[in-house]
Structure formats: C-alpha cells, structure tokens
Ligand binder design. Structure first.
Ligand SMILES: [Fe+2]
Length: 250
C-alpha cells in the first residue's frame, strides 16, 4: 500500500493528519492487520465524521397519541382480507405469498375506524421524523398517500424493493410471532461498492452493509422511501402481519 509522502517525497505521512501526529503510517498504532490500517485515533477523532447519513425511525406506535389496540387491529386486518376477493386474486396472480391489500383497497380508514385512528398516530410519527430529517417542506405537508395490509404466512418472503413516488415509507407491526422475520435494510450505495472490501463482522451498525431490525407488535418503523428493504422468510407457523404506508409531499 503506497504511503502518502511529504512534499519532498521522503517522509511517509499519517493518512489523517498529514504527519502531524508524528507516527509512521506503518506504526503499529496505526496498523490493525497486515493489510489494513487504522488511523492514529487522535488524528481520526479530529478528521473523520459521518456524511450523508441514512436515518431509521423506530418508536412505539403510542409514543405521540393514544394506543392502538393490536388485537382489534389484527381482527380488522383479517376481516378485510377475508372479504377482499380482488386483493386475494391480485396476491395470487402476482406471486405475493399470503395477502396484501396494496393493489385492491385505498380506503382502509373509511372501512374500519381503527385505521382512521392509526392514520392519526402515523401522521404524528411522520411529522416527528420529518423534523429529525430537517426537511424544508415549505408550505406543503407530508400526507398519507397509501396504506395497506400485509399478511405473510409461514415460508413467505417479500423480496428487496423501494417505494417509488413517495417521500417517507414505513410499517407498523400487528402480529410478530416467534420466528417471524426481521426487516432487512440495505446500504443505498451498494451498487457503488464494486471493489470495496466487506465490513468486519462486528463493524459498528452505522457502517454495516445490511441491517436487520426486529420490531415488536405495536412498533412503527419509518425510513426514506428510496431505502431498499426486504422481509426474509417467515419461519413461524403463524402469520406475520403488518400494515405499511407511504407519505408523499404536497
Ligand atoms: Fe416495503
């Protein structure tokens, strides 16, 4: 590995501070293995920061408003699924394991009052996340664009995808039996890492290429809609049940 050198091409320089620390780059205080180097910590502390971060919001659904009864929400989801023949057919024809109302119903808050209550909850969470993201929304608001039910049976998966045409997407979890899969998020820069080495197994969470989050019933997760994610196989004999949504701008 070539070292950066001083102006006379003589003295190797620390990668972080251009030699101010006085350590040779191959000094064991920099070196963590034969092939990888760690910057002198004091130099690194003054020179390394995170840019272009990806935020993930995780909260209890009841954090801002009154609680949503998970049993009533679950019963409402199954009731809708049983009646929604168009959704059943769409799921079957499109290889979606189990059931989703994604392509068939756009009026859940009008069908069951608990979904109207849920939207009030989600509005508050999305507003909090938008504040964290420091969005400049101008005179427009983030508003619910779509809300749908997902019932994923044993063996079901939902392959990697993004949510086009929206700003913030998320899911709230209605039934997560033991063995139900976590949700897996992927570094959005993955396509740019053609020749990059992998990360250490115990790399800090913010540096990992994939992140798994195992939410509990009653939790809500929010992310920016461009963030690719998937649901690995449901290893439980029982259904994994969630309600997902998109928020658009203006
Ligand atoms: Fe999704």
């Amino acid at each position: 590995m070539p070292y950066r050198r001083d102006a006379h091409n003589a003295q190797p320089l620390c990668f972080a501070c251009n030699g101010l620390c006085g350590f040779h780059p191959a000094d064991r205080r920099h070196r963590v293995s034969k092939t990888s180097f760690l910057l002198h910590s004091e130099c690194a502390m003054s020179n390394i920061k995170s840019l272009f971060v990806t935020r993930l919001y995780h909260a209890a659904l009841s954090a801002h408003t009154s609680a949503i009864d998970p049993d009533e929400l679950e019963a409402s989801c199954y009731s809708i699924a049983e009646d929604d023949e168009a959704g059943q057919q769409w799921s079957h024809e499109n290889g979606y394991p189990g059931y989703t109302s994604y392509a068939s119903l756009d009026d859940l808050p009008y069908r069951f009052p608990i979904f109207a209550d849920l939207v009030k909850c989600l509005d508050a969470h999305v507003a909090a996340f938008a504040a964290d993201l420091q969005f400049d929304l101008g005179d427009k608001k983030l508003a619910l664009d779509s809300l749908w039910i997902n019932i994923l049976p044993e063996g079901g998966i939902h392959t990697g995808h993004i949510h086009p045409h929206s700003v913030i997407s998320g899911t709230t979890y209605v039934a997560m039996p033991d063995g139900a899969s976590a949700i897996k998020f992927e570094d959005p820069r993955l396509a740019m890492m053609m020749n990059a080495p992998g990360r250490l197994k115990d790399a800090r969470e913010e540096l990992r290429t994939f992140t798994y989050v195992a939410p509990k019933v009653g939790d809500v997760l929010l992310w920016e809609s461009w963030l690719r994610h998937e649901v690995p196989m449901n290893m439980s004999e029982e259904d994994r049940l969630s309600v997902s949504f998109n928020y658009g701008w203006g």
